[in-house]
Design a protein around this ligand. Structure first.
Ligand SMILES: Nc1ncnc2c1ncn2[C@@H]1O[C@H](COP(=O)(O)OP(=O)(O)OP(=O)(O)O)[C@@H](O)[C@H]1O
Length: 228
């Protein structure tokens, strides 16, 4: 269990990124953070990954380790995909066949000897995903993982994450892709102005006559009209 207790973040100049919040994340759970721009999703992800130091609160990970796929990962440009993955494989004591398998899983097997600077946005995103798969930790934290992916690779990522769920991995991700949430998540938290405005279990949105997309759009419309 990951226990988040009264975690909050106030940035310099007093800007609140996240108001104090509690959250329990069970092993094997797939949890999605959604909400409009500037709602607090990345702030929480960066608190979870220790990139940001919390203003208040704690996160108790127990014995669990996480791997992290940032949004817009900066790669060393002059190395090839294979050089990068092989180095990560060496750090994690993963043999070459498994490194190749991770590259093949994300469809980069024919681009391994290409320099990363020649990759498209979607290819870089898949390379970042391969790194997360290689790390093979109990918890995967993915910041906007489908950004830049074409529909084929979005579907494929969903299939891979579904398989990871069956292996018992916990998956935490932020996204603006509601259909990805609908197809994959067990629970979603809707953020607004640094607070969780509401949360839903998959059962609730599957039984609701309104689609999750309509529900979210209603909420976003409400947020925007109360701000204008
Ligand atoms: N480094 C920073 N300094 C000051 N304020 C920040 C900083 N990073 C984020 N914020 C503010 O914190 C709030 C939450 O931002 P956050 O990046 O968590 O939003 P988000 O939900 O991830 O948005 P998006 O969907 O646009 O990525 C916003 O008001 C943002 O302006």
């Amino acid at each position: 269990m990951i226990r988040i207790n009264q975690i909050s973040k106030t940035y310099k100049m007093g800007k609140v990124g996240l108001h104090p919040m509690d959250l329990l994340i069970a092993p094997g759970e797939i949890i999605a953070f959604i909400g409009g721009n500037g709602a607090g999703k990345s702030t929480l992800i960066q608190l979870l990954t220790n990139i940001l130091k919390p203003t208040t609160g704690t996160i108790d990970w127990g014995e669990q380790q996480f791997s992290y796929m940032p949004d817009d990962l900066e790669f060393p440009t002059h190395v090839t995909a294979w050089e990068l993955l092989k180095l990560l494989g060496a750090i994690k004591a993963v043999e070459d066949e498994k490194v190749l398998l991770a590259a093949t899983t994300v469809g980069l097997q024919n681009h391994l000897h290409q320099r990363i600077e020649t990759f498209s946005k979607g290819m870089k995103q898949r390379l970042a995903f391969a790194q997360t798969l290689l790390a093979n930790e109990d918890v995967m934290i993915l910041d906007e993982p489908t950004n830049g992916l074409d529909p084929y690779w979005v579907k494929w990522m969903q299939t891979i994450l579904d398989a990871k769920r069956k292996e018992g991995k916990t998956i935490i991700f932020s996204t603006h892709d509601i259909s990805f949430v609908e197809r994959l998540a067990d629970k979603m938290l809707f953020f607004n102005e640094g607070r969780v405005l509401f949360q839903y279990q998959a059962k609730e949105w599957r039984e609701n006559p309104k689609s999750l997309e309509e529900t979210i759009l209603d909420q976003l419309n409400r947020v925007h009209s109360s701000n204008s």
